[in-house]
Each structure stands twice: as C-alpha cells, then as structure tokens.
Design a protein around this ligand. Structure first.
Ligand code: HEC
Length: 498
C-alpha cells in the first residue's frame, strides 16, 4: 500500500463513524468525566455507530481527557454509550474498560496523536472486557504485553490506531464475536501484530502490518475475512491456524483476499518455544490445520520460503498435538492469486519435498503433511509442491460474501458470578497458557501439578508474580483483578482438563 492509499484508508475510517476528528471546540469540552446530559453536539451515539459492529445507545455523554490527565479516570466515570475523547498528549497508563458501550476515541490534531506510552515497563495499553467497545485513533508504544486486548467483549471496533514497538500482541481481540479491526498501522510486534483469537464473525481490513513476527493471525476462530491489508516485512504474513490445547478447538471459514503480502522475510524474533517462533522466515500465507480457508486475489511476492504454506500439526514445529483438534487442514482453496518471486531461499524441508517430486524452481505453493479436499485453480501458473491430490477448484471467488459481521450487534455475554473464573481464564490466561503445550507461559498441566491443593497460593502468585523460570519471560501481574476474581480464576485453572 502506498502512502496515498494509507491516507485514504485512514480518512475513510475516520469519517465512517460520522466523527469529525479535531473539529470540536473547547466550549463543548466536558472535563474530568462530568456527565452532561444536555449535550447536543454531534456525538450522540446513535449518529456515530452507523455501519459499525457496536450497538447503539441512547444519548451518550462526552468526556474529554487532556494531556496530563488520566484516561482511566474518565473511563471510571463513563457510562454505557459515552464517548471518551483523548486529546493529543502522552498518557503513561494501562486503561481497563470493564463496562459496555464505551467509545475510546483519540483526537489527532495537526499530526499530533494522543500517545499511550508504556515506557517498556507497563504490560498493556488498553484492556477491555466490555461489549460494544470502540478504540480509535490512539498511538500506542513501548508496552511489554498487548497494545489493545479484548477479553470476551462482543461487537468491538478497533480502528485507525498506530501501534509501534509494543510487546507481544498488537491488536488482540480474544473470545469476542462480531468485531472489526480496520485501518490500523502496526509494527515491531514480537508475536502477532493482529491476533484474532477464539473469536467469531470478525472483519480484518485495510490494516498495514510490518516488522513483526506474524502479521495477521486468525487462531481458533470461525467466520473471519481478512482483506485489503498490506502485510510486509514480517516473518510470516497472514496465518490461519489452530493452536492445540485451547478451549476452542477449530479454525474454519476464513477468507483471505485482496491483500498485498510482500517480502515477509524478517528473521524470526518470537519468544523461544512460542507457536510463532516455529514459522520459517519468508512465509507469505501459512495455513496450519485450519479448515475451509479460501485464498484469492492476493498479491503475494518476494516471500523467500514460499508464497503459501499449507501444513498439518505433525509438520509444524513447537506444536503439541491435542486429541480434540483435527490436526489436518480440510478444504483449503487457493484460487486466482498473483504470485511472483517466492521461495527463492527456501528451507531444507521444502527442498527435500521438491526433490521427491523432481521439482525445480522457486516454490510459490507448498503443502507439507496431510490435507483433505484441497483445491487449486490454474496451478500451472505457479511452482507448486505437494498439491498433486488437490482438485481444480469449482469456484472463482468469494465475492458473494461481503462480510461475516452480523446484521445486528450480538447480545452481551451474560456472565454470572459462578462463571467469573471461567471467563477470566478464557479471556486472560489462555492468551499465554495452554493446557498441554508451552505458549508464552508454562502449560496448565504443569501449573496444576504445582498448585494442586493450593488455589490461594496460585491467586497470590498471579497478583505479584516473581520470576521463576530461566527460559520463560516474566508473567505480568494480574493485580487489576479483584481478590475474589483472582481466587475464582485460580480455582478454575486448577480444575480444567483440556
Ligand atoms: C502475558 C502472558 C501471561 C498471561 C496473560 C498469564 N500468564 Fe501466567 N505465566 C506467564 C509466564 C511467562 C509464566 C512463567 C513465569 C516464570 O516462570 O517466571 C507464567 C506462570 C504462571 C504460573 C506459575 C507460577 C509458579 O509458581 O510457577 C501460574 C500459576 C500462572 N502463570 C497463572 C496464570 C493465570 C491464572 C493467569 C490468568 C489470570 C495467567 N497466568 C496469565 C505468562 C502469562
């Protein structure tokens, strides 16, 4: 994507919600979170959510946060339907949004962004667990964990954020349904710049992701479209896969179309042992064990290992098999794509596969391990390896499907007290812990052995973790969870069985 295209995308995104950036004068400023119900400006929630995923609320106050003030104070004062406008300035904090219907919207003035600054010390910039959350126009930099992470929030909209050099995940909606990730520019991420985890009905479009280990990752998620993104200079560009050991066991129905997937040859700098640390540098698209993935009309060039790599779990490094997840990718469809200059410096495993087929040249499309019912169009255009048993596809495109977003916002998850431990576990802990395998943190099985009869001890550990293992990073403190919730999640973690 060239600069002009990016500008168009950003402007289009900024106006899509009907929100005029920077156009609000001081006289309408409502400071310190004071609620002003008589406000009559253009910020009524029902005029700004057209075309989005988030639900419509009546009324809605505006809280303005200025340089030197705290965003969290405004969030605490806000009610569902309210908008928090963050003016240009530097905000050194983690923002927790644990209520519904909050619109956190930066105001960019003359190129000056509101900047959340983690000082390489704070773990997360924005953590939301509410539904109908909008996060827009923020610059986020120097956090250690996540820039924007959603934990079990539905109908989210994350757009036009500029995320630079920020830890493990850039935009990470987890366990959400019906959400949009668009127009973000994200770089320098140690795992995935955009990580859609255990979510359904997600639209990832018009983002630029680069200089990260994984560009865009669709993991244990269903009904996702990844389109019109510029994905360059990562280790791997776009990935659709199943991570074994998580509570959601499938990835299926993913459309990857109209993306530029270029020069993803950055040496892998993922945390040792993490799933993404096994991705060979130079992978354009990686499909691992995911089903019904359609790849079409992408421009895929200059990726040195392969343009498209399709593998099963047996042939992936750093993956433990989960008996409840099918390790084989089914029904992968590779339709028309522009591929050129891929596979020019491929890995030994691919070279060995090529030898068995007496193939020469630089591979565009490589299949390793099992795959069922795959298809490929116009295979003569590419150098292909391992796809002899792929049929010719009997369809050309997915143009009949505009979006998998739902026509109406989905209802908020009802979480009663008894479910608190489970939701917290799924929403937070599984970002780093799986049952059997190593992820960012050690396997839950190992933790269970350590804390079997000691949920209290576990709850205390997570409030103030100390460094225990040489070969793992530090675990970030979970002290923003109440004591009750910490105990609930500890008890839940100790009894999960997959
Ligand atoms: C950002 C990643 C991350 C998240 C999120 C996370 N952990 Fe961890 N966890 C780690 C890492 C890394 C370690 C290993 C730390 C070490 O050994 O120094 C760890 C270790 C642990 C341990 C082992 C403690 C010990 O005594 O050996 C427990 C228990 C634990 N985590 C529980 C949890 C729970 C419960 C949650 C959810 C509320 C959670 N973790 C969320 C990364 C994470």
């Amino acid at each position: 994507m060239n600069a002009k295209l990016i500008a168009t995308v950003l402007v289009a995104g900024a106006f899509a919600g009907g929100l005029w950036i920077g156009g609000q004068g001081d006289k309408t400023v409502i400071s310190d979170g004071t609620r002003n119900t008589s406000y009559e400006g253009g910020f009524r929630a029902d005029t700004v959510t057209t075309g989005g995923a988030a639900a419509v609320y009546e009324g809605g106050a505006v809280h303005v946060v200025k340089d030197g003030e705290s965003i969290q104070v405004a969030v605490n004062a806000a009610q569902p339907g309210d908008t928090i406008r963050v003016m240009p300035g530097t905000y050194i904090e983690t923002v927790y949004i644990d209520k519904d219907g909050i619109r956190l919207i930066g105001v960019i003035e003359q190129g000056n962004w509101p900047t959340l600054e983690g000082e390489r010390r704070l773990n997360d910039a924005v953590l939301y667990s509410g539904n109908n959350i909008v996060v827009e126009n923020l610059k986020i930099t120097h956090y250690k964990g996540n820039a924007i992470m959603g934990q079990a929030g539905n109908n989210f909209e994350i757009r036009n954020n500029l995320i630079v050099d920020t830890g493990v995940y850039g935009v990470f909606p987890q366990l959400g349904q019906n959400g949009i990730v668009e127009g973000n520019v994200i770089s320098g991420i140690e795992d995935a710049a955009i990580y859609v985890g255990m979510s359904d009905n997600v639209h990832v479009a018009h983002n630029e992701v680069f200089d990260s280990v994984a560009g865009i990752e669709i993991e244990n998620s269903r009904h996702a479209i990844v389109e019109n993104n510029y994905v360059h200079n990562n280790t791997g560009g776009i990935l659709a896969f199943i991570t074994p050991g998580l509570p959601i066991k499938t990835t299926r129905d993913v459309i990857i179309r109209h993306n530029f997937i270029v020069d993803n040859n950055t040496a892998n700098f993922g945390a040792p042992g993490s799933t993404v640390s096994g991705i060979p540098a130079g992978t354009g698209i990686l499909i691992m064990a995911a089903d019904e993935v359609v790849i079409h009309d992408n421009i895929i060039t200059g990726n040195k290992t392969a343009g498209v790599l399709v593998v099963d779990h047996q042939n992936a490094s750093n993956v433990t098999i989960d008996p409840e997840s099918d390790p084989v990718p089914d029904k992968v469809a590779i339709l028309n794509n522009f591929m050129m200059n891929n596979g020019f410096d491929t890995i030994d495993e691919v070279k060995a596969l090529m030898l068995t087929e007496f193939k020469t040249g630089n591979p565009d499309i490589v299949r390793a391990g099992d795959a069922r019912d795959g298809c490929i169009s116009d295979r003569h255009r590419y150098v292909v390896v391992g796809v002899k048993d792929f049929a010719d596809c009997d369809f050309d495109n997915t143009d009949a499907i505009d979006t998998y977003l739902l026509p109406e916002p989905v209802a908020a998850r009802e979480i009663d007290q008894s479910e608190q431990g489970k939701i917290t576990y799924l929403g937070i802990c599984t970002g780093c812990h799986t049952y059997t395998g190593r992820m960012i943190g050690p396997p839950v099985q190992v933790i269970q052995a350590l804390y079997m009869d000691n949920p209290k001890g576990l709850a205390e550990y997570i409030a103030a973790p100390i460094k225990k293992r040489e070969d793992y990073p530090e675990m970030p403190p979970q002290n923003y969870l109440s004591e009750e919730v910490r105990l609930a999640v500890a008890e839940y973690m100790l009894q999960v069985s997959n």
